[in-house]
Design a protein around this ligand. Structure first.
Ligand SMILES: Cc1cc2nc3c(=O)[nH]c(=O)nc-3n(C[C@H](O)[C@H](O)[C@H](O)COP(=O)(O)OP(=O)(O)OC[C@H]3O[C@@H](n4cnc5c(N)ncnc54)[C@H](O)[C@@H]3O)c2cc1C
Length: 600
């Protein structure tokens, strides 16, 4: 355990601490047990979900529930639940893996699964009293009951703590009466229990409650919402009219609801990232299969560079998403284990473990949700007119992907959170950003080293570039903080640009470390496509950092300072040896086209 403690990076520290490839977990490290789990989840999805995609698209909500029950029979609803409450008590990586592979066929089932196992169950396992856990968690783990999470209200969306739903304590103190209106509640149509957030008196913060779904107790539902995507996922308004809730059903303490809501969302965010991965794999595989069959101009369209470049970039994003998601999942798991070894309870350890990596969870949520959107869009393009037809799975995948940028905190909110949390950690002294940022500023004044280093070793140049991207973040964010101080919150455009830089750094580094680890194990020749994906990802990341960095610098700095920072930006985003982008895409595409599937 001591070795682990010295090697593990803290949340957000990736920005200032070098991580060795040996110290990250990669999907190729799955244990035999995890591989078996993956196979059984895939088998379930291929048998029960994928062949019935139409039923989800036709809003067959009863079928969604039926599939949830089948998943429950296989124990798949209980993987994250501790054994003491009827679950499998699997480690965090395994729970992420199940979420990944169970979510690939349709966003409808993915949402029902995520809402039940995540935000519908986790608040009780993590914050419940022993009695609450004993009473509710086994039922939720076994699928006897289904859960939902009722936070959002018509006037309280991103500003979740502003809800108007009230909880009034009875005179004898035995129960609360909850009244209010909740909106966009996933699983509302078939759930047995809601995690409801309501305000007691004029409290600053909301409070969480476990509320059994009983129409005779003042609970009524709106009609099913008609949505762009995830059409088979039940989404309704929920009205509480003096709903009696026993006082012992309060979750944690009065006023702790906002904390519960936010921590449940942290876990939800990394799981949502995972939930986009198998969807991307399936879209890529369907795209390449079509491209290998479809002929135009007497040629399979998979021979055309225009199509090959799309396939290459789709694979690259998916590979990057996998690399970063499982890296973070293992870091969280390790931190949970450390906490447990120090005597924390399961729930305390899990909460703190995930909270530690909340920055990474936000980064992953944003990156993966935008990658699945892009992947499905290009999937449609590869299929041409057929991609636009309901007869192929592309259009529903595209529609389903859209919600991932909105729920679990919109991407704007998550972008701002990622940078905001990082700055907060630095102010609290949990990460030293000031030291490295000062070094970067000193470097800007120093005369650059014109010697061309030896870049013959794999990724030696890429590692220098990655470290320069980190310097760019410190230079840009540091400059903005210096200029605006606590008023930086009012410069959202700068925060968003800084977040884009941060996201690219984490994604590019995770991709590089995964490939480096693989190359060390298998040899560079065996992983030449992964090397190409890594180089391509980094090249694109450098471009994004360059654009966002410039945009920020010219917005907050003027005159000599602006010139100095722009010079630094050029220096930090410079390649000595430019990669050949066409060759990189060609290397990746050749492999996928030959294998006729996403094969990494
Ligand atoms: C299909 C579906 C299922 C859902 N399931 C659930 C569920 O099960 N339980 C639940 O409680 N909720 C659920 N939600 C609600 C979801 O979490 C919210 O829709 C989401 O948090 C955004 O809130 P909003 O829709 O009110 O948008 P708003 O908060 O009104 O946001 C509108 C726009 O303004 C931006 N914005 C808002 N505030 C800021 C700010 N401070 N700075 C910059 N930009 C800002 C947003 O990024 C967005 O682009 C679901 C929603 C949908 C559509």
């Amino acid at each position: 355990m001591n070795d682990i403690i010295t090697n593990i990076t803290r949340g957000g520290q990736f920005l200032v601490k070098e991580t060795k490839c040996e110290n990250i977990f990669i999907p190729e490290d799955f244990t035999d047990e995890q591989l078996m789990m993956r196979e059984s989840v895939k088998e379930f999805v291929d048998k029960e979900i994928w062949p019935n995609k139409n039923r989800f698209e036709n809003k067959d909500y009863a079928f969604t529930k039926e599939c949830m029950q089948k998943a429950a029979e296989l124990g798949l609803l209980s993987v994250a639940v501790p054994e003491a409450y009827g679950g499998m008590g699997m480690g965090f990586v395994s729970t992420v893996l199940v979420c990944d592979y169970i979510s690939g066929a349709t966003g409808s089932f993915a949402t029902a699964f995520g809402a039940h196992t995540g935000i519908g169950t986790m608040p009780i396992t993590l914050y419940g009293t022993e009695a609450q856990k004993q009473k509710y968690v086994p039922k939720l783990a076994s699928g006897e009951w289904f859960g939902a999470y009722a936070l959002t209200e018509p006037e309280a969306g991103s500003d979740a703590n502003s809800g108007k739903t009230k909880a009034v304590l009875s005179q004898d103190g035995t129960h609360y009466k909850i009244s209010g209106q909740k909106m966009w509640i996933s699983n509302a149509g078939f759930c047995n229990l809601f995690i409801v957030f309501a305000r007691i008196e004029d409290d600053k913060n909301i409070t969480g409650f476990i509320v059994e779904n009983d129409p005779l107790n003042g609970i009524s539902l709106g009609e099913e919402e008609h949505k762009l995507g995830i059409r088979g996922s039940s989404t309704r308004q929920v009205f509480f009219n003096e709903t009696k809730v026993p006082a012992e059903n309060m979750l944690a303490q009065r006023g702790e609801g906002f904390k519960i809501a936010m921590n449940a969302l942290n876990i939800g965010r990394i799981k949502l990232a995972a939930a986009t991965l198998d969807a991307q794999r399936r879209v890529i595989t369907n795209s390449v299969k079509y491209a290998n069959e479809r002929k135009q101009f007497n040629t399979e369209i998979s021979h055309f560079g225009a199509i090959r470049s799309k396939l290459a970039e789709m694979a690259m994003s998916c590979y990057a998403g996998e690399s970063a998601t499982y890296r973070a999942a293992k870091d969280i798991e390790t931190r949970i284990e450390i906490r447990k070894s120090e005597g924390s309870s399961h729930s305390e350890a899990e909460l703190k473990g995930v909270e530690e990596f909340a920055i990474e969870c936000s980064i992953l949520k944003v990156a993966a949700s935008e990658d699945i959107q892009n992947c499905t869009d290009e999937g449609i393009q590869i299929l041409g007119g057929m991609g636009f037809s309901e007869d192929t799975p592309m259009e529903s995948a595209w529609r389903d992907a859209r919600i991932t940028r909105i729920y679990e905190g919109t991407n704007e909110i998550n972008r701002m959170l990622s940078v905001g949390m990082l700055i907060k950690k630095a102010l609290k002294g949990q990460i030293d950003l000031l030291g490295p940022a000062t070094k970067v500023r000193d470097e800007l004044f120093a005369i650059p080293d014109f010697e061309i280093p030896d870049y013959s070793e794999l990724f030696s140049e890429e590692k220098v570039i990655l470290s320069n991207l980190k310097k760019t973040f410190l230079m840009v964010a540091g400059g903005a903080v210096q200029k605006y101080g606590t008023n930086l919150d009012n410069h959202q455009q700068l925060l968003l640009a800084a977040a884009d830089i941060l996201i690219e750094i984490y994604m590019a580094e995770s991709t590089l470390l995964r490939t480096e680890k693989l190359a060390k194990k298998l040899g560079e020749d065996v992983v030449k496509e992964q090397i190409a994906m890594t180089k391509l990802y980094l090249y694109k990341a450098v471009d994004i950092v360059s654009v966002k960095g410039k945009e920020s610098i010219i917005s907050f700095a003027e005159g000599d300072e602006q010139r100095m920072l722009l010079m630094g930006l050029r220096r930090f985003t410079k390649y000595v040896n430019m990669p050949n982008i066409e060759n990189l895409r060609e290397t990746i595409a050749s492999k996928i086209v030959a294998e006729n599937e996403y094969c990494f």
